[in-house]
Design a protein around this ligand. Structure first.
Ligand code: ATP
Ligand code: PRP
Length: 215
């Protein structure tokens, strides 16, 4: 049995065409079913639904043989025990610093003043500001980061940006890009050794499908 860990929503939706390229169809719709283990048309392949930020943990500890996770999530997790053989080029966005429209971020950075930053991505933020030599007080949040500057709890946020609509809707502006993000295929290291014969062909088919999708 091969177990694939996916998160509901955009990662699930964007992984479906890659699975289809390998002849795999998921037989339940996660938006309709309450099941957490979804069968596929292949008896030897199943999908488990987990939180996006739990995908690396499930694969690391063998709850799943492989999974799909954003680079953002992988960097925060640390990537221990995981092979990352393929950039799937889905879930594309960026991690950026954003502030209220009228906040002069570049001036604060130039002056070397302290910055209070709210984020779910404390690892990425800590590393980024340390490299810049900016003193930051990090405030850990688990969602709705945009609210932190609006309520005066932080000067800035570090969050994912794609179209910029969420920032605009909350009167925030993107002031610096930290890194580009896409989703990676992650594989349990022991599983890759023990289930080579099943996993290698799957990885190769995904790689072909990614190349094909990108034209
Ligand atoms: N607006 C976006 N556009 C493209 N990709 C995105 C966007 N937002 C998030 N992603 C990518 O998709 C992944 C999953 O995001 P999703 O919103 O489904 O989960 P989440 O709610 O952030 O996770 P959790 O449930 O663990 O809190 C993110 O880790 C990121 O790599
Ligand atoms: O620049 P944009 O195109 O607006 O995308 C950015 C938003 O997308 C993600 O949230 P999502 O819509 O997935 O909501 P959730 O993660 O809070 O469920 C992310 O957390 C940002 O808030």
């Amino acid at each position: 049995m091969i177990t694939l860990a996916l998160s509901k929503g955009r990662i699930f939706e964007e992984t479906l065409p890659l699975l289809a390229a390998a002849g795999i169809q998921v037989l339940e719709d996660p938006e309709k079913s309450r099941q957490l283990i979804l069968p596929t048309n292949r008896e030897d392949v199943r999908v488990v639904l987990v939180r996006a930020s739990d995908v690396p943990t499930y694969v690391q500890f063998g709850g799943a043989d492989m999974g799909v996770a954003g680079k953002d999530v992988l960097i925060e997790h640390g990537g221990q025990g995981l092979f990352q053989p393929l950039d799937l080029r889905i879930g594309r966005c960026r991690v950026s610093v954003a502030t209220p429209e009228h906040f002069d971020y570049h001036n604060v950075v130039r002056r070397g003043a302290r910055l209070r930053v709210a984020t779910k991505y404390t690892g990425i933020a800590r590393e980024f500001f340390a490299r810049k030599g900016v003193h930051v007080d990090l405030v850990k949040l688990y969602g709705s980061m945009e609210l932190a500057p609006l309520t005066g709890m932080a000067d800035a946020i570090v969050d994912l940006v794609s179209t910029g609509n969420t920032l605009r809707a909350n009167r925030l502006k993107e002031v610096e890009t930290i890194m580009e993000i896409s989703s990676q295929l992650v594989v349990n290291q022991a599983a890759l050794r023990l289930k080579q014969a099943q996993l290698r062909p799957l990885i190769n088919t995904f790689a072909q499908a990614v190349r094909h999708q990108d034209g």
